[in-house]
Design a protein around this ligand. Sequence first.
Ligand SMILES: Nc1ncnc2c1ncn2[C@@H]1O[C@H](COP(=O)(O)OP(=O)(O)OP(=O)(O)O)[C@@H](O)[C@H]1O
Ligand SMILES: [Mg+2]
Length: 296
Amino acid sequence: MSPRVICLGSVVADHVFRLSEVPQPPAKAVARSYHVNLGGLAGNAAVAVARLGGRAVFWGRVGADENGAALAARLAEEGVDAAALRRMPGARTPVSAVLVDRTGERVTVAYRGEGLATDPAWLPLASLADAAAVLTDPRWPEGAEATLVAARARGVPSVLDAEKSEARILHALVPLAGHTIFSTPGLGIFAPGVPLAEGLRRAVAAGAAVAAVTRGEQGVVWLTRDDPTPRSLPAFPIEARDTTGAGDVFHGAYALAIAEGQAVAAAMRFASAAGALRAQDAETPRRDAVDAMLRA
Ligand SMILES: Nc1ncnc2c1ncn2[C@@H]1O[C@H](COP(=O)(O)OP(=O)(O)OP(=O)(O)O)[C@@H](O)[C@H]1O
Ligand SMILES: [Mg+2]
């Protein structure tokens, strides 16, 4: 039976407009195409878990509006269990407008939603009993905190996507997670003005067993509580088409690898391959593609 991975945090409806050129205001441009993508850190991670062969579960909040309904449907299509995607009455779903020009450069306007109640009391924490790992992001700190604390109490491995957010949120969540994987801006907020390795050591000192930072095409640097020597894993060489979401896919793949019982070094490689394929294809990869990249 494939392992169950719970992903808690943000899911966003990305409204993507492709046009030849992003105009300067005042202007009115005509899009060459339009589609709605599922985005958000934990949302992308959950889809990655499902495509890579895990049983993905999403916990989070949207509004009781059209965008929320569309996201619930998309998660279901991807095989993600979204029974605990709560559609909150009177609330509005996070959305973004993404303008992509001919060369792939993009302008993104993000709306974080409104009226999304923060109290996590409704989360089905008892179902952590049959989870093999949890992944949380910082976009719903109250939910992440409740989930990380409950996961620790039950001995379930946990991963934090320590992405750019307020410093106080990162300082509250890092001590609660087993594996903290920062984005480069996230680490800069958690430990400003110090070398990467020192920032990672501070995360370990705060309570993480594993601390890592993703650096786009420069790969990943990580260390552990047991071995504080930083290790560097170069990125897989690819031709990047669109790096949006590569970090989210990295985190989902890493959480699945940990859920499968892979060692940390192997999990980092697996996640790097998944992130690289996402950047190369602008599409979350399936397991066979990741395995092929790992063999090559
Ligand atoms: N251009 C690339 N070439 C190869 N691998 C990449 C590339 N971009 C990303 N990756 C892989 O994905 C991982 C995560 O990417 P990155 O550090 O850009 O995440 P991020 O800053 O969180 O971005 P986002 O959240 O927007 O996806 C990298 O550590 C790397 O393994
Ligand atoms: Mg990221």
